[in-house]
Design a protein around this ligand. Structure first.
Ligand code: FAD
Length: 462
């Protein structure tokens, strides 16, 4: 007997990016969905939608928007970013496209606007109900019940469901309940970077225009730290400083006065400082937050409970893929639902088995990209590699994709496959450049052949 009948009640914890998309999709599929969100409704309350005001949105995320039929509505919220604009210490800039194919670019999108849209679309379904200001304190995964507390009345109540899916982010209550229970073998790791981040802003020009080039992700790479900026629709940019808490001449622990913060920016990011008269206020008003990677397994307990999105796999933000991966989770889960397996346990198991290798891969790629962004993008040999890859993508659009393109624009292969192939290509190109076997002036077809042969050899060795 198929126990996953559509009348089943599914409880989702968290109405962030993943939870609201999941509610929408399961609502479309006809399930009875109830969502509990800790925060007030961000569409009607003036709260920050949480960490990071805007995000890089790309093809894997967009695949999920297509699945639920809101691609056009999301597009209206997007600002295309065609490449990285690198700013050196002297204020010189240079633009490095993300792909040699003109139609491939990433987008800057407002977290709040996107989350609000997903909530509104989910609520269009009568079988979806979203409750705000209700915090989950724990989950009894054997009984499939969750304990909530109302933010206003402080009253606690228990909700029962046929299955519970937690999309409550990096600090997940369900994951904590797994961890604390000792009732099954639950593996969990959390690794922090020594760097934290702080959000700042470039305000719009008086006429509402942009103070720096709009269609790029701006980076000020300074090897052990960096500043980045992504555009917003209102003409502002959200600027993020990634810096060590305690290492180096300047760090979050010693940037304690307006003078020293200004001195730091004057020395390292003079062109940014010029367009941020609000720096000191932002710096001392906005929190400094930590960055970490969470890996755990299993994600599910029998057919009762499942972790999805950041609750299952929080990653550092340097590949711009955390949200995209969380959206892709819903696409992959939906595919498993199409298989009509016998019950939730088989469904959760199949989903995790297929998905975890890919979320582990993007976690590792995101750490690699931390080093790439703050350092390598400014390194000559890396720039030569990028130049070659851009030329290959342009000349052979159907035959070559860089690691970045495989991860970001090639939504038809998983992150793991993208990682293995991309890393082998990187190694192949860098080796041949270092050994002077190849240069960017060579004939492009020769380069392509050499890179392919060398990549295959590396893949076979590994
Ligand atoms: P969240 O967005 O964290 O949502 C969780 C929801 O659950 C929230 O609404 C929260 O209020 C609610 N909740 C939490 N606990 C409870 C509870 N106990 N009870 C009830 N509700 C609860 N990703 C990208 O793809 N591109 C980027 O450019 C990018 N940039 C980033 C920059 C920074 C600085 C950071 C920190 C992250 C970035 N990410 C980016 C990652 C992205 O933010 C996350 O991967 C994404 O938000 C995950 O979605 P989620 O729904 O799983 O979790």
């Amino acid at each position: 007997q198929n126990t996953m009948k559509k009348q089943e009640n599914i409880l989702i914890i968290g109405a962030g990016l993943c939870g609201s998309l999941l509610a929408l999709r399961l609502g479309q599929r006809g399930y009875n969905v109830t969502v509990y969100e800790m925060r007030p409704d961000l569409r009607t309350t003036d709260i920050s939608a949480g960490r990071s005001i805007n995000l890089a949105f790309s093809d894997r995320g967009n695949k999920a928007m297509k699945l639920v039929g809101i691609e056009d509505k999301v597009k209206a919220l997007c600002i295309p970013m065609n490449g990285r604009m690198i700013h050196d210490k002297e204020g010189n800039t240079f633009l490095s496209n993300y792909s040699g194919r003109d139609y491939e670019y990433i987008n800057s999108i407002s977290r709040g606007e996107l989350n609000g849209l997903l909530l509104t679309e989910a609520e269009k379904h009568d079988n979806v109900t979203i409750h705000f200001n209700k915090k989950c304190n724990s989950v009894d995964f054997e009984k499939t019940t969750a304990l909530f507390q109302d933010y206003n009345s402080k009253e606690e109540f228990i909700e029962d469901a046929d299955c519970i899916i937690a999309a409550d982010g990096a600090g997940s209550a369900l994951r904590k309940s797994y961890y604390l229970s000792h009732k099954f073998l639950f593996s969990f790791s959390q690794e922090y970077l020594s760097h934290g981040y702080k959000e700042l802003t470039f305000l719009p020009k008086e006429d509402g225009g942009y103070k720096t080039y709009k269609n790029a992700l701006h980076i000020w790479p300074r090897s052990s730290f960096m500043l980045i900026a992504l555009p917003n629709l209102d003409g502002s940019f959200t600027v993020t400083l990634f810096l060590s808490y305690n290492e180096g001449e300047y760090n979050f622990n010693n940037l304690t006065t307006p003078e020293i913060v200004t001195e730091f920016f004057q020395k390292e990011f003079p062109d940014a400082l010029e367009i941020m008269p609000n720096l000191v206020d932002d710096f001392f008003e906005n929190p400094t937050a930590a960055l970490g990677t969470v890996k755990c397994s299993p994600w599910h307990y029998k057919g009762n409970t499942l972790l999805m999105g950041d609750s299952a796999h929080a990653i550092v933000p340097f590949y711009g893929q955390g949200m995209n991966a969380s959206f892709e989770d819903v696409v992959e889960f939906d595919k498993v639902l199409d298989q009509n397996l016998d019950n939730w346990e088989a469904t959760f198991e199949a989903y995790e088995k297929n998905r975890k290798k890919d979320t582990d891969a993007i976690a590792d790629l995101a750490i690699d990209n931390f080093h790439e962004m703050k350092g390598h993008v400014a390194n000559p040999i890396f720039q030569e590699k990028r130049k070659i890859e851009m030329a290959l993508e342009k000349e052979f659009p159907n035959q070559y994709s860089s690691k970045y393109s495989l991860v970001t624009f090639n939504e038809n292969i998983g992150y793991r496959e993208a990682m293995l192939k991309g890393r082998a290509q990187d190694k192949a190109i860098l080796n041949m450049l270092t050994d002077n076997i190849m240069s960017s002036d060579d004939d492009l077809k020769d380069i392509l052949d050499k890179v392919n042969v060398e990549t295959e050899a590396i893949l076979e060795d590994d």
